[in-house]
Design a protein around this ligand. Sequence first.
Ligand SMILES: [Zn+2]
Length: 236
Amino acid sequence: MVLPRVVRTFNYVKKMSTSHLHVLPSEPLAPPTATMPLSAARRWFSHDEEPGFSSHLPVFVTQSAYQRLDAHAVSDLEREVGGVLVGDWSLDAATRQQFIVVEAALPARFTRQGSVYLTFTQDSLVDIHAEMDEHFPDKQIVGWYHTHPGMGVFLSPYDTWLHRHFFPEPWQVALVIEPHSTTGGFFIRQMDGVLDAERYFGFYELDGNSGQSVVRWNNLQPGSEAADKDGGYLHE
Ligand SMILES: [Zn+2]
């Protein structure tokens, strides 16, 4: 159950050993600076997004990561499936706005599946730990995802508990996908740290200006050009 912390601590120790910095583990790590890829993305809004409901940070999702998430979500229409979201946590150099980019999805292959909840088992912890080390040594676990077959897009009390305890960073997010209705949304803490279990956000699809979207979730609306640049994420 403690995978996210184990992985983060593991990566953290490796970074410490190469940089020779001594920082207490409880001290928050500052994200590396990068350029927020707004110009290569298209914004998808949920119907919950309105003035007064703004998130801690924008979420960008690569098209390959979206397709893998979506494929995993529809692979089992009876039971919940899920895993972790892998990518980068960054600070935009110009605006000082934090953001995350979801670049990969790691299915929790040994997840115990039930009709009402999903959990990370000890086996899946070891599995994800090994995959992070082998394939994503410089990436972060930026959140987790799971499906709600036939139940809708929300966080159950158990989901909220799991998120708070195992994905405690303000920049870690929860994605819920409902494969029957082909809907999905991101649960992201607000600036004051509050996590709304009923209202969710859309995201930025990193299409590289290809002009082709791969997003299928029909509960999200594409933003206008002007709105894409503002995002509704960054300002109230
Ligand atoms: Zn759930």
